[in-house]
Design a protein around this ligand. Structure first.
Ligand SMILES: Cc1cc2nc3c(=O)[nH]c(=O)nc-3n(C[C@H](O)[C@H](O)[C@H](O)COP(=O)(O)OP(=O)(O)OC[C@H]3O[C@@H](n4cnc5c(N)ncnc54)[C@H](O)[C@@H]3O)c2cc1C
Length: 485
């Protein structure tokens, strides 16, 4: 029977694919190089505080919303989710002005209209459009020729042009896109589909997870094991073996061979090419195409432990942009190792005296930095983050007990993500056919999944897992299972 599946990488995408395939009777083994599963969902402990690495919040978890049917299927709805304030789940600070983004399309539009009454119509058009993209989320699962889909879909339209066509007040444009450090706001490249689908899910409703993102990975791994699958850690795949266009299995830690009928790669496609370095089935032109894909920015994070009772918990995220920052320009991400900070996300931890400050950093800004130079860069960057955060939280500095930092180099090292990028490959609306990868590879039984394909983030990766698993068990069958629950 052709049902032995090896999944490389126990990030969200790998675990979700394994979950679907195990549920459908396949013999699944997940191989994770790290000591713990989760990839960007990993949590880590410093003293008595549990910090998150990547994931901080999700959108659309209420019945009828985008993520709900997927998380219901993956048995993840019962985790201790905490809804962020409906009146203000995200606060956008532009210089010395502050704006609330409210949950639910109606309330979202009403709140923004109170700041920008002259843009009432534009706000309505914007909100209605995003809502309709969310309502058609299952369209992404309909099988069709990639060429047709990508040339006609919202992947082939510019997010920035949509924003400019829909609202004319530049301050409102910044407010609408001001909570978008969860995307790479790139004026030249960002496809409308990514902007609309992700932002819409957060407008529906926004949620933190009490106790950290690791629980999502742990829950999936437990269910996979319960269904007969195997999840192994410290199992780095060092090579994919293939014969006449079909993979036969993988080498683990260079010394153990595991046979497989199918291989699913929840790792960066450039890393897949490395594992297939000796394969004659992968033509030079395909390798060149994958290697030439550009990466989104990475993230610098200051995980901050606070003194007890020194700063009250805020049940919202705060996005702070220095006055005059062009949110859609890449120029704000300097290519040198300059520690200046123009945009920042502040995210609090429920039940713990702690918060995170996150700011975009390019992999190239930190590449080659070592030893003291790297430590100095991180210390300066953390200081710049704190300084910008103080504009909105003046008591922050005095409330800090301890600061821990990470950068794109951390992701490069721990998840093998090219350039340590936060959201994987940069998709480009001008060339969707080459930048939006499908699960297929030149080797017929090797498939891709994860954030480097369609959409990143918890919602995007969950959608892509369905598209990948459908290659093996059929979309109709999976959709029946998702919708029939
Ligand atoms: C700083 C940051 C903040 C974020 N915030 C949010 C947020 O608030 N909300 C949200 O929805 N999304 C957020 N995201 C994005 C989200 O976390 C990711 O899109 C998603 O978790 C990626 O999952 P993945 O499975 O595609 O990849 P990954 O999580 O990268 O998993 C890949 C796994 O493969 C393993 N691996 C790599 N090579 C090998 C090998 N050779 N052998 C075996 N294993 C291997 C890695 O160790 C890793 O565990 C954030 C990301 C970052 C970086």
């Amino acid at each position: 029977m052709n049902n032995r599946v090896v999944v490389i990488g126990a990030g969200l995408g790998g675990l979700q694919c394994a979950y679907m395939l195990a549920k459908n009777g396949m013999d699944v083994t997940v191989l994770e190089q790290n000591a713990v599963t989760g990839g960007c969902l990993q949590s880590f402990r410093r003293g008595d505080i549990l910090f998150d690495t990547g994931f901080h919040y999700v959108g659309g978890l209420r019945e009828g919303e985008s993520l709900y049917p997927l998380f219901r299927y993956f048995n993840l709805l019962d985790l201790p989710w905490l809804q962020l304030d409906e009146d203000c789940f995200d606060e956008v600070v532009l210089g010395n002005r502050s704006f609330a983004l409210a949950s639910g399309h109606e309330r979202f539009a009403e709140t923004l209209t109170s700041y920008f009454p002259h843009e009432k119509e534009g706000i309505r058009r914007y909100t209605d459009f995003l809502r309709s993209v969310g309502e058609h989320i299952f369209d992404a699962f309909q099988p069709r020729e990639a060429e047709d889909f990508y040339s006609t879909s919202l992947f082939a339209r510019s997010a920035y042009e949509f924003l400019c066509e829909t609202v004319s007040d530049p301050v409102l444009r910044d407010v609408l896109s001001g909570s978008s450090l969860k995307l790479e706001l790139n004026r030249d490249t960002l496809p409308l589909y990514i902007y609309a689908q992700i932002n819409n899910s957060f407008i529906q409703s926004a949620w933190r997870l009490r106790g950290g993102g690791q629980q999502i990975a742990d829950h999936l791994a437990t269910d996979i094991t319960r269904m007969g699958g195997l999840v192994r850690t410290r199992a780095s795949v060092t090579r994919i073996e293939d014969k006449k266009g079909r993979a036969t299995g993988v080498w683990v830690n260079n010394d153990e061979f595991i046979e497989a009928d199918y291989i699913i790669c929840d790792i960066h496609p450039k890393e897949v090419m490395r594992l297939l370095a000796d394969s004659p089935s992968v033509r030079k032109i395909y390798r060149k195409r994958i290697d030439s894909l550009e990466e989104t920015f990475g993230m610098f994070t200051a995980n901050i432990r606070l003194k007890a009772n020194a700063l009250p918990y805020l049940n919202r995220n705060i996005y702070i942009h220095r006055k005059g920052t062009d949110l859609w320009s890449n120029d704000q991400l300097l290519t040198t190792n300059d520690p200046r900070v123009n945009s920042l996300m502040v995210s609090f931890y429920p039940d713990q005296p702690a918060l995170d400050l996150l700011t975009p950093v390019r992999g190239s800004q930190v590449s080659g930095l070592q030893g003291e130079a790297y430590e100095t860069f991180k210390a300066q960057k953390a200081e710049e983050c704190i300084r910008l955060a103080e504009q909105r939280l003046p008591v922050l500095r005095g409330a800090i007990d301890r600061v821990y930092t990470s950068s794109p180099l951390t992701y490069q090292r721990y998840t093998h993500t090219a350039e340590g990028s936060a959201y994987g490959i940069r998709k480009d609306w001008r060339s969707p056919l080459t930048t939006v990868l499908t699960p297929k590879t030149p080797i017929e039984n090797v498939f891709l999944t994860g954030q480097n394909l369609n959409l990143h983030g918890v919602l995007g990766v969950s959608m892509t897992s369905v598209i990948t698993a459908a290659q093996l068990i059929g979309m109709d069958s999976i959709l029946e299972q998702i919708n029939g629950k």
